[in-house]
Design a protein around this ligand. Structure first.
Ligand code: GCU
Length: 428
C-alpha cells in the first residue's frame, strides 16, 4: 500500500473501530473479548494490486485484481483445488412428488466421484416447491450431521460416511435416531412456501472432519504426484467441502426443475467459512451467505478478537493449507484479510450474519469485514448503506446484507427470515 492510501484506510478504521459492544457469554478462556483491548491494525487495501497500482473501475477489478486476490487466498489460506473432475456421475436414487405434505417434490441424488477403493458417493437432498411455475431458484446448503438431520422426513437417506458422535450417532455412524435432530437450523417449510428449492449435502460425505493426513474424502481422488510431499499450497478440508458444493451445483445445472443461475450457497460456522470460499471460487453461485462463520470466514483476522489464526490452525490443522500456519501470531503479515474474501463475491449479493452472544466468532469483526468489502462493491455502483455496525436485530439489506441477532452461535428462523427476504430482493 502507498503511504497516502494507508492513511485514508487507517482513518476509515478509526471511525468504525469503537462502536457498539456486546455482553460477555462463556467462551474459551485466554482470548480477547474486550473491544477496548483490540490493538490498532491496518487492513490490506483490496483495491491496490501487488504491483502497487490502484483499481478504479470494475473491469480492472475483474480482470486484474480479483484473480490476484483469488490466488492469494488459494496460496496462503485455503489451498488450490482441482477443477471439475472427468470421472463424475449423477444418479437420481429417489424421487417423490408428494413430499412435505404435498408441497414439495423430493429428490435424492448420489454424486459419484472417482473410481476404485477411494471412490466417493456424495448424497444430495433436494426439495423442489410444487407451486413453482418454472425452474426454481433456491438455496444450496451444507450440513454437519447428515441430510436426515435437517428434517424429520422418514424417507431421507442416512449417511454411511463418518459422522461426529452425538445426536444419535454411535461409533461415528449415523442412525435413524438423528432424524430431524438439527431441523431447527433449516427453515425448509418456509423456504418451500416462498417458492424456493432447498438442497443440502452432508459435509462428511465430501471430506471427514478430522486430521487424517488427507487420506479420506476428496483429497485422495487427486493425489499429489508424490503423496508424501504435499505442497504448502495444496487444498485442505474447507477447500474440499467448497469443491463438493460446486459438484452439487454441477448436478443442479442438469436438473430442469432448478434454475442453477439463481442458487444461493449457505453454510454455518466452519461451513460458513466454506460457503464464503465456495462463492469466491465458483462464480456460478448467484448469492453467498455466511452464517456465524468467524475466524477464517467473515471475521477480520487482524483484530485477534475471539478465535485467532494460531488457535484455529492448532485445533483444526486440516482446515486450511499449510501456508496459512505462517500467519500464526503474525496476522499482519498475511497479504489478505477476510474483507477481501467477502469482496471476491462482488458484484453478486453477499450476506454476513452474526450473533450477539457468539463472541468467539467476533461479530464486530464480521461486520467490519463486510464494510471493508464495500469499496469493491462500489466499483459496481453498490452501497452497503451503513458505516457502523447496526444494532442487534436490525438487518441491513443492500447488495451486502448484514445482521447481528440476539442469541448464540446457531442458525435460527430469524436468520432464515433475513435470507429469504434478501433472496426475494436479489434472486427473484
Ligand atoms: C469451533 C471453531 C470455529 C468454528 C466452529 C464450528 O468453534 O473454533 O472456527 O466455526 O467450531 O464450525 O462449529
Amino acid at each position: 500500500m502507498k503511504p497516502v492510501q494507508m492513511q485514508s484506510f487507517g482513518c476509515f478504521l478509526l471511525i468504525v473501530l469503537f462502536t457498539s459492544s456486546f455482553s460477555v457469554t462463556a467462551q474459551p478462556k485466554g482470548y480477547l473479548y474486550d473491544e477496548s483491548k483490540v490493538t490498532p491494525y491496518e487492513l490490506p487495501d483490496p483495491l491496490v494490486c501487488v504491483d502497487g497500482t490502484k483499481v478504479t473501475d470494475s473491469s480492472a477489478w475483474l480482470k486484474k485484481r480479483r484473480p490476484e486476490v483469488l490466488s492469494l487466498f488459494e496460496d496462503e489460506v485455503f489451498g488450490c483445488s482441482p477443477g471439475k473432475p472427468k470421472a463424475m456421475r449423477f444418479e437420481v436414487v429417489e424421487e417423490a412428488k408428494e413430499a412435505l405434505g404435498g408441497r414439495a417434490t423430493r429428490k435424492q441424488v448420489v454424486i459419484h466421484l472417482g473410481k476404485g477403493k477411494k471412490a466417493l458417493a456424495v448424497n444430495l437432498l433436494v426439495y423442489l416447491p410444487r407451486k413453482a411455475k418454472g425452474p426454481a431458484a433456491g438455496f444450496l446448503t451444507i450440513n454437519f450431521m447428515g441430510n436426515h438431520s435437517v428434517h424429520a422426513d422418514p424417507a431421507i437417506r442416512i449417511p454411511t460416511s463418518w459422522v461426529r458422535n452425538g445426536n444419535g450417532v454411535k461409533n461415528n455412524k449415523a442412525t435413524s435416531e438423528g432424524r430431524g435432530s438439527r431441523a431447527s437450523r433449516w427453515a425448509i417449510d418456509a423456504i418451500i412456501d416462498r417458492g424456493y428449492a432447498f438442497a443440502t449435502v452432508y459435509y462428511g460425505d465430501i471430506d471427514p472432519d478430522f486430521n487424517d493426513g488427507y487420506e479420506n474424502g476428496v483429497h485422495p481422488l487427486f493425489p499429489p504426484k508424490d503423496p508424501t510431499k504435499r505442497k504448502p499450497t495444496d487444498w485442505a478440508s474447507i477447500a474440499g467441502w467448497a469443491w463438493g458444493l460446486s459438484r452439487c451445483l454441477d448436478y443442479l445445472e442438469t436438473d430442469s426443475a432448478v434454475d442453477a443461475k439463481r442458487i444461493a450457497v449457505m453454510g454455518h460456522s466452519r461451513l460458513g467459512k466454506t460457503s464464503l470460499w465456495a462463492g469466491a471460487s465458483d462464480e456460478r453461485f448467484a448469492l453467498v451467505i455466511s452464517n456465524n462463520s468467524g475466524c477464517g470466514g467473515a471475521a477480520l483476522s487482524r483484530r485477534k478478537f475471539g478465535e485467532t489464526v494460531k488457535r484455529i490452525n492448532t485445533s483444526f490443522p486440516h482446515w486450511f493449507c499449510e501456508n496459512y500456519k505462517k500467519y500464526n501470531d503474525k496476522e499482519g503479515e498475511c497479504p489478505v484479510d477476510q474483507h477481501m474474501l467477502i469482496a471476491l463475491s462482488a458484484p453478486r449479493p453477499v450476506y454476513v450474519a452474526s450473533a450477539e452472544g457468539d463472541r468467539w466468532a467476533d461479530p464486530k469483526g464480521e461486520f467490519l469485514a463486510a464494510l471493508g468489502a464495500e469499496p469493491v462493491y462500489q466499483l459496481f455502483g453498490h452501497e452497503f448503506g451503513v458505516v457502523t455496525q447496526p444494532p442487534v436485530d436490525q438487518p441491513v439489506h443492500g447488495r451486502i446484507g448484514y445482521h447481528v441477532r440476539t442469541g448464540k452461535h446457531d442458525v435460527t428462523s430469524y436468520d432464515w427470515g433475513q435470507y429469504l427476504d434478501f433472496a426475494d430482493k436479489h434472486l427473484k
